[in-house]
Design a protein around this ligand. Sequence first.
Ligand SMILES: Nc1nc2c(c(=O)[nH]1)N[C@H]1C(S)=C(S)[C@@H](COP(=O)(O)OP(=O)(O)OC[C@H]3O[C@@H](n4cnc5c(=O)[nH]c(N)nc54)[C@H](O)[C@@H]3O)O[C@H]1N2
Ligand SMILES: Nc1nc2c(c(=O)[nH]1)N[C@H]1C(S)=C(S)[C@@H](COP(=O)(O)OP(=O)(O)OC[C@H]3O[C@@H](n4cnc5c(=O)[nH]c(N)nc54)[C@H](O)[C@@H]3O)O[C@H]1N2
Ligand code: SF4
Ligand SMILES: [Mo]
Length: 759
Amino acid sequence: MAVEDTETKAATSGLTIVNTGCCHDCGGRCVLKAHVREGRVVRLESDTGDAPQIRACARGRAYRQRLYSPERLRQPLRRVGARGEGRFEPVTWDAALDEVAANMKRIKAAHGNRAILFLPGAGNQGMLHGPTAPGILLTLFGGYTRYWGIPSYEGAMFASMATYGTIRTGHSRDDLLNSRLILMWGWNPANTIWDPETSLWLARAKEQGSRIVVIDPRFTDSAATFGHQWIPIRPGTDAAMLLAMAYVIISEKICDQAFIEMHTLGFDAFRDHVLGKDDGQPKTPQWAEAITKVPAQTIAELARAYATQKPAALVAGWGPARTAVGEQYSRCAAVLCAITGNIGMPGGYAGGFMRAYSSRETGHLLKKDPAQRVDKAKGIPSANPVENGALPRSDSLYKLSGGTNATSARIHQSKIWDAILRGRAGGYPADLKMAYIVASNCLNQYPNSPKGAQALKSLEFVVVHEQFLTATARHADIVLPVNTFMERTDIAPPWLGSPYYIYLNKAVDSLADTKSDLEICRELAPRLGLSADYFQQSDDQILRTFTQRRADIPDYDAMRRDGVLKIRLPEPIVAFKEQIADPDKYPFATLSGKIEIDCGHIAEMNNPRIPSVPKYLSHPEHYDAPLAQRYPLQLLTAHSKIRTHSTLERVPWLQELESQGAWIHPLDAAARGIRDGEAIEIFNDRGRIRTTARVTERIMPGVVNVCQGAWYTPDADGVDVGGCANTLTLDEPSPGGAFPMNSALVEVVSAAQTALEKK
Ligand SMILES: Nc1nc2c(c(=O)[nH]1)N[C@H]1C(S)=C(S)[C@@H](COP(=O)(O)OP(=O)(O)OC[C@H]3O[C@@H](n4cnc5c(=O)[nH]c(N)nc54)[C@H](O)[C@@H]3O)O[C@H]1N2
Ligand SMILES: Nc1nc2c(c(=O)[nH]1)N[C@H]1C(S)=C(S)[C@@H](COP(=O)(O)OP(=O)(O)OC[C@H]3O[C@@H](n4cnc5c(=O)[nH]c(N)nc54)[C@H](O)[C@@H]3O)O[C@H]1N2
Ligand code: SF4
Ligand SMILES: [Mo]
């Protein structure tokens, strides 16, 4: 027998292949097959089964280096140095959990449950693990203060609810094949996945002749791979371009008049704004060119193509809505879809939130019940005793069911640091004394990390469930080490649009002394005097119960065996098909039953910063604001292809793929004497980071991009040498609740120059 054959035989014996998956928060949830030998994952393979394959990306395939990273937390830690200093001693689970329970009881007795801040994060997207169990535990314990607002999509969601009354505005990805023209507006699914098979459908659409135009300040991997045309646009000015497209479409009479009359409300007010009848400024392509830096002719041509080459899909990504007045862009995009009649038909698209297959919600086939609308006088019911019966926020769309919870008991996530520092005296609903943080690297990921560090230092007690000693975990009093999805069982529903579930079978035993978030809660519950049913059940029992409520999971055991359940749809999902085909029988879920171009619910807010008809607005960190004199560059903080937010940082195989650094245009670099590969500092009044210049024409002049998620690491002078984007970002939400992570003004200098100045 040849040597090679003997080796192959030895290699295959004792090898088990476990059907499992990856469920970080990266637009995916993918099939992984773990090859396990002697209790160790030795190889990861992805979906080799039937189409559509739910294939893992580079991050999932590199997971072994995260699973077995020498930096993984292996035992509970107790702080010994000052908060945030990062000095800890190992302690037993009993000692750690006793200390957590004692502090929870102490703070509850002294200040009430309201003083307990729960910060659940996106680290795990399974149904069972991550923040689910801690949320149940804290509710049973008497409740907690939490946040509202999701950084991903709050602007898009607000626009979706205001315009359509729902977040189910998307099509399944296979429907892209029906589009003659696809506008990828601030959308980069080559990196950010947005459902695993999105790139495949885009590639197929391109192959069979769909024209693809990418509108983004960066020449993204998506623009390079799929785009026929790249239109660079000045950040935060998308609403101006969309209004100018509407100007062309309206004045050239190529809008879909029949659709407008039948399905929309408030077109006249919008037309008057576009033509300048309300403010004397017609929103012409020339007007928009000066704002957006997109040539007027390019705007006009795109408008004509979009209105006439139907069906056309305007996929309005969330990145441009992650800005200081982000909902205006998302609203304008939805209105453009409506006035061209590209809604409710295969190959069209409605913009908005863009959920297609809503497997995340129980009973996705149920119709919405308009009777569920909130009665303002009675307040909003909640299982969480702290917020039960609180009145709705006046800036919320509280009359609509679905979307963001309107309760005034919550604090906007971008204001959490401010709320900790200022409490009730600052107008917030609680004086916060402790933070319970699970699967969240909030210090790194919420805007304004320097303020965050100050806030976390001011609390009485901080507990963090983590896998790594993140910047957030460094600020804990007790760090509880958690296992990963390779070391436990879970079910992951997909992200936005694709009809499937992943069953994550446990591949290997938990590393060292780590536990799941659920196991931790099982052990904490009796210490808090709680004996809930939920914590008596096994993981398998809970997962079975979850799935019993879902009509689309007929056979739990088959799904568990296969590691994946692919649901076959008879035809692509097309949002609003019924509403368009039979509007009398199927009204839109808005208050008027129509697509609201002019939104009555917004009008009641009576706030010029959030007009009922969408407009282009400037703001204090925009390119034309006075602050731009001092900080002339606009900062973008896109999502990175080598990480999921801050998760998967420091995985060597991924770092080989792309190195972190700031994209800066050659003109901006030259003006500052900066060469490619050189150390630079980026700063504004909130903070200063050190990173590496990537001088490239892939970003437009005047704009710098630092991918979010690099690890916040302030040095002795307060300079963040880890290069975390949120050291620089603004912590003031838009009037509709959007997170302004792509609206910060900055300046850039070479690090060598700053060093010289210091001497
Ligand atoms: N690899 C990877 N994938 C991920 C994630 C990750 O961290 N890593 N995160 C996941 C999560 S939770 C989310 S919410 C999504 C986020 O998905 P997105 O919001 O789509 O991701 P971003 O990269 O922030 O933004 C998309 C694009 O918008 C562009 N952009 C930013 N500002 C503007 C603007 O003002 N105008 C225009 N036209 N374009 C602009 C950026 O340059 C970027 O190319 O991604 C998911 N997928
Ligand atoms: N500047 C800027 N900031 C942004 C964004 C942006 O575009 N720009 N995007 C924002 C968006 S869209 C999002 S969704 C947020 C995401 O922000 P976060 O929710 O904080 O996401 P991560 O940074 O991935 O941190 C998740 C943490 O959970 C840990 N973890 C993973 N699995 C588990 C588990 O099973 N249990 C426990 N206990 N921990 C686990 C990981 O180790 C990781 O440290 O970031 C936001 N921040
Ligand atoms: S990181 Fe996301 S896209 Fe990549 S394999 Fe994991 S779940 Fe899939
Ligand atoms: Mo997100």
